[in-house]
Design a protein around this ligand. Structure first.
Ligand code: ATP
Length: 648
């Protein structure tokens, strides 16, 4: 049931009418689309006033300067130096303007006055040219810093992400933080850096202009403040309206983005067409886009009203300023030339103050997403495996899982309860069991990809946690949901290990990839990704052969094959199981095999049968068939399916 609640008029445009016969829209209720987790920062933006923003500036400035320093210290120093020079030049220019006015307004013939003003005019012109050059240098340094910071930040993000433990990817908090950091965080850090440096330049320039005004008359500083307050108020209020709108729209935008992605992606293109989902998706997309358009139009209208009020008040304040200047002039408290300079300085300072307010908002907004990024980095660091405390592992003699308990971060019942298995050098061990019994989870423990919360996994008696990631270099895993890397066929097999032609040929033969590559237009150099001009696509079974070759190519003491033949044809499957033994004999590697094809595990040295995360039986095929247990049941079921019913 939908709860009724009050909503601001501009945020609740009615959903557009549906085309007759169109499927019900799946755009989500207003409540769904304002789910708090996507509004994390926008909420904070709306709550925060100018003072809080100001007090956070030092920390944000230091952080921004830190990133800029790491990205390129020379560009940072140039940007800071150029801003300081520009500020000094602005003050010099104003002082020279006073001199020009002084000379022009002095008594005497016009030609003499112009002649007297010329040196100061030359200074004004020279300073203007120099300021232009300095501004260019500063802009170049800032423009260079942006991409350099972005590169640094992205490398930091992916560096930490790829080092984190695999189990982190099953953790909702981490996945959520990664989405936010990747989606906005990495792009906001460079924005924050440039906005901070521009803001610093603005502050320096403001101080120098303020100095000139104070020298002319201290009252001018007060007048300046009075004249910028209304525009500052309007700018902050308009920005806040924008943030509120972003907050309301953020989830809808994300959903629209996901829908757009599905409509444009190759992966979903076939299903979209076969289930004739086009109209329904277009209707969903249109409804979300309409909601966003209505909201943004309403915001634009409110912002214009606010700016009009601010502009009127600013006009009144400016009139007041000029009235004061006139009074000072009439009362003889300021000479005419100084009044002229003051008008110029006030105009420049007002412009400067307004851009500073804008920059303050920008730095603050980017700073929040920056906090998102740093929060993610902290989470990722916590999830990075500790440095190894034991020497690198020697050749495998015995791999053992002792009393292992493993629960996924999402909680619930453990995927493995008190599991004990072992694999000896050169052995073939099979893991069997029904769907969800824990085979793949156990394979990941054996492969050093997950760590048990209780119990231990040891390599020749040393705990995996003490060995660190080095142990994974001795293990090769053919993963059930293998990755289709958008790379050449060769790199899809050799991965990051360099190409050894003999090993490549051996791995291709064992897995049947040789037959796949023989058909490819550029052989091993063919790109396996059709989204690029020269790329080709493989069938599911062909991809599985490539994944098998990947496992065989790696020089390892242990080969873990998790459902390596699920997509293979009967001939390729038979060949795979024959050759896996050949591979083990040739390399001396132990093999852990997970498969639902019971006939393929008969030759294993030991078979473990899993059920709901526990090992319920283990032994050789003959031993397990001798007892009326789960293994015999599963084996007989499959064998019966192949037997001739006429003979029964
Ligand atoms: N990423 C995950 N997060 C939470 N639970 C998971 C995750 N992966 C698996 N599980 C749960 O852990 C249990 C064991 O899953 P596992 O994939 O190890 O089973 P399996 O025996 O390999 O199954 P299958 O034969 O279907 O491949 C299941 O209950 C499953 O729902």
């Amino acid at each position: 049931m939908r709860r009724s609640r009050q909503r601001p008029a501009q945020t609740a445009p009615a959903d557009p009418p549906r085309a007759p016969g169109a499927a019900p829209s799946d755009t989500g209720s207003e409540e769904d689309l304002t789910a708090p987790k996507w509004n994390f920062f926008n909420d904070e933006l709306v709550r925060t006033g100018l003072w809080t923003k100001l007090t956070r500036m030092p920390a944000l400035t230091a952080a921004a300067a830190g990133w800029a320093w790491r990205a390129n210290r020379r560009d940072l120093l140039i940007a800071l130096g150029a801003s300081t020079v520009a500020a000094v030049l602005a003050a010099v220019s104003l002082v020279s303007v006073t001199r020009v006015l002084d000379a022009l307004l002095a008594p005497g013939p016009l030609a003499d006055r112009v002649g007297a003003a010329l040196p100061a005019v030359a200074v004004v012109a020279g300073v203007a040219a120099l300021s232009g050059a300095v501004r260019l240098v500063s802009e170049l340094a800032l423009a260079r810093l942006g991409p350099q910071t972005e590169r640094l930040v992205e490398l930091e993000l992916f560096g930490l992400t790829t080092r984190a433990r695999l189990v982190a990817f099953d953790d909702e908090e981490w996945a959520d933080a990664m989405y936010r950091a990747r989606d906005r965080g990495v792009y906001e850090v460079p924005r924050m850096v440039t906005a901070t440096l521009e803001g610093l330049a603005g502050v320096v320039s403001l101080v120098s202009l303020g100095g000139v005004l104070a020298v002319l008359h201290p009252l001018l500083l007060l007048l300046l403040l009075v004249s910028v307050v209304p525009t500052g108020w309007a700018a902050t209020r308009a920005a806040r309206m924008e943030y509120e709108a972003q907050r309301r729209l953020s989830t809808g935008r994300r959903r629209r983005w996901i829908l757009g992605d599905r409509m444009a992606s190759r992966d979903s293109a076939a299903e979209l067409r076969s289930y004739t989902m086009r109209d329904s998706l277009m209707a969903d997309y249109g409804a979300l886009a309409d909601r966003e358009r209505e909201t943004m139009l309403a915001v634009a209208w409110s912002q214009t009203r606010t700016r009009a009020v601010g502009g009127t008040a600013a006009g009144a304040a400016t009139a007041l300023t000029y009235a004061c200047l006139g009074t000072l002039l009439v009362a003889g408290m300021m000479p005419l030339a100084a009044v002229g300079t003051a008008v110029l300085a006030l105009q420049r300072t007002q412009g400067q103050m307004q851009s500073l307010l804008y920059l303050l908002n920008r730095v603050y907004e980017s700073g929040l997403y920056f906090a998102d990024f740093t929060e993610y980095c902290a989470l990722a660091r916590v999830r990075t495996p500790a440095a190894p405390t034991a020497p690198p592992p020697a050749r495998l003699e015995r791999l053992e899982v002792r009393d292992a308990v493993f629960t996924y971060p999402s909680g619930g019942t453990p995927a493995l309860h008190g599991v004990n298995v072992h694999v000896e050098k050169g052995e073939t061990v099979a893991l069997v069991g029904e769907n969800g019994s824990g085979k793949s989870t156990l394979a990941r423990l054996l492969g050093g990809l997950y760590e048990p919360q209780e119990g231990a996994v040891t390599w020749n008696g040393t705990d995996f946690t003490a060995l660190g990631p080095a142990v994974r270099e001795r293990i090769s895993v053919i993963i059930q949901d293998h990755t289709r890397w958008p790379m050449t066929a060769r790199r899809n097999v050799t991965m990051a290990q360099g190409c050894d032609p003999d090993r490549l040929e051996h791995a291709a033969r064992l897995s049947g990839t040789d037959e796949v590559v023989a058909e490819l237009p550029r052989g091993w150099d063919t790109l396996l990704d059709t989204t690029f001009a020269s790329g080709v696509n493989l069938s599911g079974g062909q991809w599985q052969r490539v994944a098998g070759a990947r496992g065989f190519y790696r020089t390892a003491d242990l080969l873990i094959a998790d459902e390596p033949t699920s997509a293979l044809d009967a001939r390729a499957e038979a060949r795979f199981f024959t050759t896996i033994g050949e591979h083990a004999a040739r390399t001396g590697a132990a093999v852990v095999l997970i498969t639902h094809r019971m006939a393929s595990v008969r030759m294993a040295d030991r078979i473990y049968v899993l059920d709901r995360g526990r090992v319920i039986e283990h032994g050789t095929h003959a031993e397990l068939m001798a007892v009326a247990g789960r293994y015999r049941e599963l084996y007989t079921l499959q064998a019966d399916a192949y037997s001739d019913p006429g003979r029964g």
